[in-house]
Design a protein around this ligand. Sequence first.
Ligand code: EPU
Length: 339
Amino acid sequence: MAILEYLSLKPHNTFGIDVCTHYFTRVQSKQDMIHLITDEFQYYNKYLIIGGGSNILLCNDFDGLVILNEIEGIELVKEDEDAVWIKSYSGTKWHDLVLYCVNNNYGGIENLSLIPGTVGAAPMQNIGAYGVELKDTFDSLEAIHLISAESKIFKKDVCQFGYRESIFKNTEKGNYFIYSVTLKLSKKPKVNSTYGDIQKILDEKNISVPTIKDISDAVIEIRQSKLPDPKELGNAGSFFKNPEVEKSIAEKIQQDFPSMPKYDLPNGKIKIPAAWLIEQCGWKGKQIGQTGNHAKQALLIVNYGNASGNEIWQHALNVQKSVESTFGILLEPEVNIIT
Ligand code: EPU
């Protein structure tokens, strides 16, 4: 395993930030990762594991070892009459896994089409879109402890999945390398077309009995129409999480803004779209220097070319501050900020 020195991370983060790492290596097998932990980690003061680099903001040069996860593959591990259990290694591109499942008519993750990033990053933040979250099909994952190098299986019930949350962002943060993820998918898929524009697109195409391929195609169409391709315009998807607030707070805001969109949550709280809050504060489509909020989706912060990570982070803090002073709501970043 070669350890390279002084490499630009620009190709390895979807914001397209041109920072440099002191050391860089690629892992392509479990053995590579175990070797790194047991024989190499002692020589570096810190390390950062990167998959697709689609949910990070790199603010500065990295004075440590960056590990690029290239452990790829998809396997059918078990099946019965109704379901299949698909194991995918963590460096596999998430959308490749979705396409594999859609093409084999294994249902459950078609609404999660075209989400950038790798399979290993998916459980970290319980990725979700168009009415579906990873946890809905998640069975288990295998992770490697980053000190002992021992493997451990995490079943769904211990992963503490929530909205963009899991145990790997909380009590087990930084403790494990996710090696593989196993999903339980349906061989008799039921489609979920209730969210947003999916049904509208199906109607336009006169599709009355949609297949999971139809759903996947519709989601791809919606995403491509609103969300910029990071290859053309650097971004990391939604920059902030949608805040969940007490009912009384939502009602107070609604008195001044009767058109405020909101979703009732099972826990009695109210979810308000962060994109709406940001748009009300005048940030939608606003460019400041090399950064700004996207014109079609205010929740996306983009890199118009040569923004530095710190410039983007400073902009995000300004957006956060103005939403807080207007609405009294503190937006929490969804993207991992690496300072
Ligand atoms: N809205 C605005 N202004 C905008 C955009 C949206 O006011 O510029 C309002 C509209 O009322 C709209 C609502 O916000 O109905 C929700 O917008 P949208 O459906 O685009 O979804 P979102 O809540 O902004 C979330 C996820 C996305 C996911 C979409 C679709 C989070 C933080 N983001 O965005 O995930 O694709 O739903 O399900 O939950 C990501 O995590 O990177 C990501 C892109």
